[in-house]
Ligand binder design. Structure first.
Ligand code: NAD
Length: 355
């Protein structure tokens, strides 16, 4: 073993968690000094957006139900216009990564504070990573201004999240923690959070999928999502995220499902070069031998897709993804080669177990 050496920068983070905490939104607005907020959500969650607006009375100046996956620049511009028109001094983003991403885009350009009320397990609310998509290309960056000033995790708001979206957004969060464990800037505190996040989510997701109304399991999944999201916010992403960004950006594959399919394969690739991460995941997943296989089996138990083919990818697309990943590589514990990537993607495409 080696002498410890690391640097650690904690991000400011205020978390309020528990059934019914949505009712404390007005207090959170007061604490942040916000008097006129615009509520942001995706189109299917407009009714929830209206409920949130009613809850805070005249402190809500409007509801903008136009959040879209990967934040198209047009929807960010339209939301900023609404902010200006209504004289809003902040935003409340209610929903998954798409609604929170829209809030981040507004915070990035206008410097407004955002409060997040997550309703999936993707974990975006815990990171200062923003993304904007223009002409099919997604730009991302890190900026501390986009980090929500307060996050309300109310498990009652996730009761309506369908089984598939619950499972795949939870696997997306697990991927954040997995890569934090072998990140070049991994640190002991973040590794503790990563291990606990994986433990909590992996234990909760089967119950969430089997009994969608299980509030206890939903709360445990949200606790795990918080920890896993915080891990992503604190570290540098590696091969798994690079692959998912290339697959999502180039082939338009669905975000959370893609993470779910790729994770066991990316982890299997990196396991030989990341013994400490393997040990942490063995503990987190209940004493398993091979964490990559255990995550593949977990996806099976959750009845999620396990092949890129099912997500609409053609086998011929493998080569261009390999090229892209090699052209602009992310950090990675194990050397990334064309042969290794082709093998990894071929297995993930066909739905074979990781190896
Ligand atoms: P999402 O926000 O796109 O939501 C998917 C759908 O589920 C939407 O139609 C939404 O309205 C609906 N939905 C959400 N919660 C619901 C609920 N409780 N009940 C019923 N329907 C509900 O999905 P996501 O997986 O949360 O987010 C994906 C996006 O987040 C991607 O664009 C991804 O790039 C981004 N993301 C960013 C980060 C980051 O750190 N910046 C991290 C993770 C994900």
């Amino acid at each position: 073993s080696q002498v410890r050496a690391f640097s650690y920068q904690s991000l400011p983070m205020r978390v309020v968690m528990g059934p019914g905490v949505l009712g404390r939104l007005a207090d959170e607005l007061d604490a942040a000094g916000l008097k006129r907020v615009l509520i942001l959500c995706s189109p299917p969650q407009q009714a929830l957006g209206e409920v949130v607006a009613q809850l805070i009375g005249d402190r809500a100046v409007g509801v903008c139900p136009h959040a879209r996956m990967h934040v198209p620049v047009e929807s960010a511009a339209a939301a900023r216009d609404r902010v200006a028109e209504l004289g809003a001094d902040g935003c409340v983003a209610v929903g998954g990564g798409s609604a929170i991403g829209l809030g981040k885009a507004i915070a990035l350009e206008l410097g407004l504070k955002i409060i997040a009320v997550p309703t999936t397990y993707a974990g975006s609310e815990m990171t200062s990573v923003w993304g904007l998509t223009e002409n099919g290309r997604k730009r991302t960056g890190k900026d501390p201004r986009v980090l929500p000033v307060s996050v309300l995790y109310d498990p009652e708001l996730t009761l309506s999240l369908p089984a598939l979206a619950s499972a795949t957004s939870g696997m997306n969060a697990i991927a954040h923690a997995v890569e934090a464990l072998y990140a070049p800037d991994a640190s002991p505190v973040i590794s503790l959070m990563a291990e606990e996040g994986v433990r909590s989510l992996a234990a909760a997701l089967p119950a969430v999928v089997a009994k969608g109304k299980d509030l206890l399991a939903r709360g445990d999944a949200q606790y795990g999502a918080w920890l896993c999201g915080a891990c992503l916010g604190a570290t540098t992403m590696s091969l798994h995220h690079k692959l998912c960004h290339a697959l999502g950006g180039t082939l338009d594959l669905p975000h959370a499902e893609t993470h779910t399919v790729v994770l066991p394969h990316a982890l299997a690739y990196n396991q030989p070069a990341a013994p400490d991460a393997v040990a942490a995941l063995q503990r987190a997943l209940g004493g398993v031998d091979d964490p990559a296989t255990a995550l593949w089996e977990l996806a099976g138990r959750l009845s999620t897709p396990r092949s890129l083919r099912e997500l609409g990818m053609e086998e011929d697309d493998i080569d261009q993804i390999v090229e892209q990943v090699l052209a602009h590589p992310y950090a990675n514990p194990r050397e990334v080669t064309a042969d290794g990537l082709t093998r990894l993607l071929s297995r993930a495409w066909a739905g074979e177990p990781p190896a």
